[in-house]
Design a protein around this ligand. Structure first.
Ligand SMILES: NC(=O)c1ccc[n+]([C@@H]2O[C@H](COP(=O)([O-])OP(=O)(O)OC[C@H]3O[C@@H](n4cnc5c(N)ncnc54)[C@H](OP(=O)(O)O)[C@@H]3O)[C@@H](O)[C@H]2O)c1
Length: 261
């Protein structure tokens, strides 16, 4: 089985690539700075460059004969009040987390269809179903990943292409250090709330689960004949997502405001 992972040089993508390679899968990672000692093949590719992704997929298909699975994992986060978020940062956020993921699915579709099918796992986030103030843009991108995966999944189901979303919660990776922060400490309207909220999210991430916990779930989904359309990582987060479904919206929003607002 040939598996392509985007964002495979760090965190969840690296841990997943290593685990899958150890299990005997052929893994190719696409990252801007591939790790030479990762234990699987790496291609230098900025996934926001649509043409480069198409070329990389075609080259991988030529080299290995097929691509059985695509894991769209590359992502980053921006934090801060929307009022102070620059257009440039918003563009970066959506270009990587949403547009690049959609483009990768678009490019892989004819390849997988020609093989009679394949699996796509899009890495979403619990933040895609639970709102998080001051991570609003990030949460919005992950919500888009969830809806895109369902809608696109229905478009390609008849080609044998199965699309799943894996939703991690806080995970200890380079994500925290790579976050773009707009704290704007001189604005009294937000200053303390934003700082507290960011501190809390950073602490939660750094005390979060190791990236291998997400890799295990990805492996499970890959092995399934009928993969779930969405799976949350970890019992605690499964409970939170369940509660979000059954609680009245205003109660859920009250709790989130207390924690992050
Ligand atoms: N950590 C968490 O708490 C958490 C929770 C829920 C969901 N997630 C999601 O999990 C995914 C992986 O994040 P992570 O936590 O593993 O973060 P990470 O350690 O920062 O890894 C991000 C990966 O994305 C790659 N990347 C970034 N920009 C890229 C680009 N333009 N082209 C190609 N690759 C690019 C990076 O590689 P290069 O720099 O080499 O390009 C790196 O391999 C993301 O989608 C994130 O939103 C994370």
């Amino acid at each position: 089985m040939v598996i392509v992972i985007t964002g495979a040089s760090s965190g969840i993508g690296l841990a997943t690539g290593k685990m899958l390679a150890e299990k005997g899968f052929t893994v190719v990672g696409l990252s801007r700075n591939p790790k030479p000692d990762a234990g699987f093949d790496g291609v230098a590719c900025d996934v926001t460059d649509f043409k480069a992704v198409e070329t990389a997929f075609n080259e991988i298909k030529e080299k290995y004969g097929r691509i059985d699975a695509l894991i769209n994992n590359a992502g980053m986060g921006i934090a801060g009040a929307i009022e102070h978020t620059t257009a440039e940062d918003l563009d970066k956020q959506f270009a990587l987390n949403v547009m690049a993921l959609i483009n990768a699915c678009k490019c892989i579709t004819p390849i997988m269809r020609s093989q009679g099918g394949g699996k796509i796992i899009n890495i979403g986030s619990v933040a895609g179903v639970i709102p998080i103030p001051f991570q609003t843009a990030y949460a919005t991108t992950k919500s888009a990943v969830d809806m895109f995966s369902m809608s696109y999944g229905l478009e390609v189901k008849d080609f044998g292409i199965k699309v799943s979303v894996v939703m991690p919660g806080d995970t200890k990776t380079g994500f925290t250090a790579n976050r773009i922060k707009n704290e704007v400490l001189e604005d009294e309207n937000y200053k303390e709330r934003v700082s507290k909220s960011i501190q809390r999210m950073e602490k939660d991430e750094q005390n979060g689960k190791p990236p291998e916990s997400v890799a295990k779930v990805v492996l499970k989904v890959l092995k399934k004949k009928k993969p779930p359309s969405r799976v949350t990582v970890g019992f605690g987060y499964k409970c939170i997502v369940f509660l979000q479904k059954i609680l009245p919206r205003r109660v859920m929003l009250w709790v989130v405001k207390k924690l992050y607002g």
